[in-house]
Design a protein around this ligand. Structure first.
Ligand code: NDP
Length: 434
């Protein structure tokens, strides 16, 4: 804490992982001897930079840009960029730290990183967003490359922003180096299923949790928070597998739709018009109601998927879920459940699965995009989705097998942390003191 003052989210993420590692250091004293844990908590490189740009009124605006290259023992740095006013070093470091273990858990050859800016895209014109992205990349490009560091999207960064940044990267370097950014459009080096990957992967993971007890998603009642990239495609896959999503949200409030969210309408409002969940409820009419503010976790469900942002599900939300008989909470977002809420859920016997396992499908499909870029190939949708599904089922099994091996059967938190940690730690040992 004294080395990284004022970075509450980073402290929370580190503590969450360290709490699982007791049995690992007992079994593997070589990790302690090599100071693996201390080295893991220190990013390999942190870049903080000025991002000046001009708004539509001709005024100069200023934001702060970040890229934390956390660990490259397993492969090039890999992790998304977040544009949101809440972004500061502590958030970028928490996300970058999580990313190390998630990427390791995916079984793919990618290191961990994260970046972003305190830029707020809300209410900004496409021209303003483009000028911001160009300025951001004008500094960051020198740190990137397919063998070095490969960013992707996150909150506030979708295909449009990736396009503006890739365009600027290409212009500055005079190289069509597709493998430098993932989340690209299909006609300019992107991969099928990348857009859907995090949401679909989340649901494949939950399906596997249910299968372990001989059940499936068919007939289940699900609440999904958020209405961005992860939420939309989680809703889509749940509906495809026979479940019903009855509520979703944004940072203003939530909508309840007992008949099941009309996804075509929601996508049209969110992606087409950049509208709000309140617009969805109004357009849907009688069937749906909108609650301004409030807690989406008050809506009764069998399965809850927090897919919006960190610490969005706190103790009172957990208490409501438990009271209403929720059986599974799986994190589509990164660290959306506060430590107290996780404790309460687990004590009440709710099956809980952490983001670093559940939402690994996004980065895994980014790695598949890198594979296609490297081989100048383009896979079809069905094949790519099949690969994603196999990866998610393997991540699930890796968590459970590791939990068994370390004496905590059924514990997805311990399984994910230990499996991710040991893969990175072994690579760090092999690479020497660097
Ligand atoms: P988006 O920007 O597409 O969507 C974020 C959604 O969350 C928006 O609907 C936003 O609403 C909502 N939201 C933000 N803050 C709150 C809040 N306090 N309460 C309720 N809703 C809120 O981001 P993504 O869907 O890409 O990312 C969501 C989460 O998933 C993040 O934690 C991200 O790190 C994680 N993730 C994303 C991956 C990806 O591939 N995209 C991969 C792995 C993890 P509003 O419009 O009001 O801001």
């Amino acid at each position: 804490v004294h080395r990284n003052p004022g970075e509450a989210e980073f402290h929370q993420a580190v503590e969450e992982v360290l709490m699982s590692l007791g049995p690992v250091v007992v079994k593997h004293p070589e990790y302690a001897d090599a100071e693996i844990i201390r080295r893991l908590c220190e990013p390999e490189r942190q870049i903080i930079f000025r991002v000046p740009w001009t708004d539509d009124q001709g005024r100069v605006q200023l934001n702060r840009g970040f890229r934390v290259e956390f660990n490259s023992a397993l492969g090039p740095f890999k992790g998304g960029l977040r544009f949101h006013p809440s972004v500061y070093l502590g958030i970028v470091k928490f996300l970058g730290f999580e990313q190390i273990f998630k990427n390791a858990l995916s079984g793919l050859p990618i290191g961990g990183a994260k970046g972003g800016s305190d830029f707020n895209p809300r209410g900004r014109s496409a021209g303003e967003v483009m000028r911001f992205c160009q300025s951001y990349m004008t500094e960051l490009y020198r740190h990137l490359g397919e063998y070095t560091d490969v960013p992707a999207g996150d909150i506030g960064v979708g295909q449009r922003e990736i396009g503006y940044m890739f365009g600027q990267y290409k212009r500055i370097t005079n190289r069509y180096e597709s493998g430098t950014l993932t989340g690209k459009g299909l006609s300019w080096g992107g991969s099928q299923v990348r857009t859907e990957a995090t949401g679909y992967g989340t649901v494949f993971f939950v399906d596997e949790m249910l299968r372990a007890s001989g059940e499936g998603l068919d007939g289940t009642r699900v609440v999904v928070s958020g209405s961005g990239n992860v939420a939309l495609y989680a809703i889509e896959k749940i509906h495809q597998l026979g479940g019903t999503v009855v509520a979703c949200s944004d940072s203003d409030g939530y909508a309840v739709d007992e008949a099941g969210i009309d996804l075509a309408l929601l996508k049209e409002i969110k992606n087409g018009r950049r509208g709000r969940v309140s617009d969805y409820a109004a357009a849907r009419g009688q069937g749906a109601r909108y609650i301004d503010g409030g807690s989406i976790w008050d809506v009764p469900c069998d399965i809850a998927l927090p897919c919006a942002t960190q610490n969005e599900l706190e103790e009172d939300g957990a208490a409501a879920l438990i009271r209403n008989g929720c059986r599974i909470v799986a994190e589509g977002a990164n660290m959306p459940t506060s430590p107290a809420a996780v404790r309460a859920l687990r004590e009440a016997g709710v099956a809980f699965a952490p983001g670093k396992a559940v939402n690994a499908g996004g980065v895994a499909t980014s790695a598949l995009e890198m594979q296609q870029n490297a081989s100048r190939d383009f896979w079809d949708f069905d094949y790519t989705e099949k690969r994603l599904e196999e990866i998610m089922r393997a991540v699930h099994d890796r968590c459970l097998q590791t939990a068994d091996e370390y004496g905590t059967p059924g514990d997805y938190v311990a399984g994910a942390n230990i499996a991710g940690f040991t893969r990175v730690a072994d690579a760090m040992l092999a690479l020497g003191v660097i």
